[in-house]
Design a protein around this ligand. Structure first.
Ligand code: MN3
Length: 200
């Protein structure tokens, strides 16, 4: 059993004008595909073979290769799923209520999330997590995620890739513009589904 690159749940051009077709195509078919193949090679013949990607990410003492490529596989699978051409707008359902309770307003949440994504130096990710009963925002370097050793240990609900490969073709050095555009494609139904599962 090896990991397979998941099909995108929409076309490469479906998130335009916020994320362009060429970026999506390279990001999915080259970068994510590379992490997938490298992960399979890295775990082949080890105790990690046959485990779920969540189990692998949360295993202590991972090698650099498994940590980087396992994170790359998991993070991008999640990233595609929490975006949608029908996304954006205000979060509804339980996650909408909890964001208001925790951050005071959706605008405050956006501001704090954008700050975490904008201030992550170099390559990495911004996250909204459900952590010990609370919503929290954090960021991770490289392909780390909250499930990994020495990260927050929360359940990831929302993620944003801030590697330059995620935005450079269209936004060049303007990471803040890319972050603001991301709010127009967030699939809040999926985020709410993840929140309801994590908090039940
Ligand atoms: Mn990426």
């Amino acid at each position: 059993m090896s990991f397979e690159l998941p099909k995108l749940p929409y076309a490469y051009n479906a998130l335009e004008p916020y994320i362009d077709e060429k970026t999506m195509e390279i990001h999915h078919s080259k970068h994510h595909n590379g992490y997938t193949n490298n992960l399979n090679n890295a775990i082949s013949g080890t105790d990690l073979e046959g485990k779920s990607i969540e189990e692998i990410c949360s295993t202590a003492g991972l090698s650099g290769s498994v940590r980087n490529n396992g994170g790359g596989f998991y993070n991008h699978c999640m990233f595609w799923s929490i975006m949608s051409p029908n996304g954006g707008g205000n979060p509804s359902g339980k996650i909408g209520e909890e964001i208001n309770n925790t951050f005071g307003s959706f605008e405050n949440f956006k501001s704090e999330f954008a700050k975490a994504a904008g201030t992550r130096f170099g390559s990495g990710w911004a996250w909204l997590c459900y952590c010990s009963g609370d919503l929290t925002i954090c960021s991770t370097p490289n392909q780390d995620n909250p499930l990994m050793e020495n990260q927050c240990g929360g359940t990831p609900l929302l993620c944003l890739d801030v590697w330059e490969h995620a935005y450079y073709l269209n936004y060049q050095n303007r990471r803040p513009d890319y972050i603001n555009s991301f709010f127009n494609v967030i699939n809040w139904e999926e985020v709410n589904r993840r929140f309801e599962k994590a908090s039940s």
